[in-house]
Design a protein around this ligand. Structure first.
Ligand code: GAR
Length: 209
């Protein structure tokens, strides 16, 4: 019987959330999963270095090399199937995935978003833009959300959320840092372990059918 979910982490940038996953894995906090590959859609993303430093395969797949978005997603999807990936974690992966891609991996993709969904989310809302919008609206509390990915951007079922206070004098950069430290880096490993346990149960139930 399978005892670990095979995880792929998709990234586009610095990879601090990937690092939180790697650290959690090394600390035994994701006992039911194993990060087997990291895929970046940006050349030279520092996240790739973090993967290699941890002895994890680091792969770059560029849309420019694939032609269309459809072909780009086909290459990513084929790479994931080839590696027998059970769970895809979007950790600062800033390309929006199409409905076709999501349907290829139903309930097998999760994402971290740096706000309390349904606030400050949806198409075009990523990274510092999210914190900019929260400050502009004047909310006093923001946070982070880990959710399943479906065909609606940031619209899938919520797995975990954590609130973070906005403090006087916050800038988008100070707020981003606090949301990462207080929420994202804790939430993503926790949610990943929860989903890994769920997937293992589904797989073992299927084996009895
Ligand atoms: C994180 O704050 C993540 O929540 C956000 O991008 C940042 C990536 O940082 N993702 C989104 O905004 C998705 N809509 P990292 O590369 O250091 O993990």
């Amino acid at each position: 019987m399978k005892d670990k979910v095979r995880i792929a982490v998709l990234v586009s940038g610095g990879g601090t959330n990937l690092q939180a996953l790697i650290d959690a894995q090394m600390a035994g906090k994701i006992p039911h999963g194993e990060i087997v590959t990291v895929i970046s859609n940006k050349e030279g993303a520092f996240a790739l270095e973090r993967a290699r430093n941890a002895g994890i395969e680091a792969v770059t797949i560029l849309k420019a090399d694939c032609g269309s978005k459809e072909e780009f997603e086909d290459v990513i999807g084929d790479s994931l199937e080839f590696r027998k990936i059970d769970l895809i974690v979007l950790a600062g992966f800033l390309a929006v995935l199409s409905e076709d891609f999501v349907k290829r991996f139903p309930n097998r993709i999760i994402n971290i978003h740096p706000s309390l969904i349904p606030s400050f989310c949806g198409d075009g809302m990523y990274g510092l833009k999210v914190h900019n919008a929260a400050l502009a609206r004047g909310v006093k509390v923001t946070g982070a959300t880990v959710h399943y990915v479906n065909e609606i951007t940031d619209g899938g079922e919520i797995i975990l959320q954590k609130a973070v206070d906005i403090l006087p004098g916050d800038t988008p950069a100070t707020l981003q840092k606090r949301v990462m430290e207080e929420a994202e880096w804790k939430l993503l490993p926790q949610a990943t372990e929860i989903v890994c346990q769920k997937i293992l149960k589904e797989i073992s139930a299927d084996e009895y059918l």
